[in-house]
Design a protein around this ligand. Sequence first.
Ligand code: PEP
Length: 257
Amino acid sequence: MRTPILAGNWKMNRTVGEATELVTGLLDVSKRASGVELVVGPPSTALSAVADALRGSSIGVAAQNMHWEASGAFTGEVSAEMLVDVGCKYVIIAHSERRQYFGETNETANKKLHAAFGGGLLPIYCVGETLDEREGDVMEDVVGTQVRDGLAGLTAEQAAQTVVAYEPVWAIGTGRTASRDQAQDAHAFIRGVLADLCGEGVAASVRIQYGGSANPGNIAELMSAPDIDGGLIGGASLKAESFAEMADIVQGVSAAA
Ligand code: PEP
């Protein structure tokens, strides 16, 4: 039985004051959300304040990126140890915006996954195809390679703890959500790749989130698919009310399953 995980990716939004106010608005839902793990991903400037505001609650904090080296001359970067130091539990790795705008590859993602585990963080590893790739019928090639290359060399225990976020690029921030069947097919495919890579037992325990224009109006249907174990939420995580509403819905779906 996999506990669903609902994570907010705030991207480059919210000052420290706004971030603190947002998570303060989530404290009530965290008290009643027993069947879903909640995570917020503020920008790096607000990580410390958000972690302080959430101390004692069950909501985890995720960074949106990290470098794979532990320290050194890497201007503008932060390490896993630094993120743990300010209270992070998770780190989002290789979000499609980082792949698209900042040159991240499956190889750099793999280094980051290893460094995350080495530094005491749990990775939320993002994969997903572009519209051209879906229409060109190479979704499975692209996503299969992302999963295999990204997780290469992890131990079975590390692979089992990795959260994979399937985020079709054409659905991110576009208002165009993958249908339940499209998402389920992709998630089942990813679980099959994980089974080849790490064995059925590990594959069965990996949580695979869906991401791409998920919101309170469509999350229940997505969550009703057997291989969808939560969501990585952009726009709809920026307001406490909509993220809390999604948390309640995910909890309800998982309780009924
Ligand atoms: C994301 O950025 O990970 C995302 C899924 O964004 P949105 O929910 O806004 O599509």
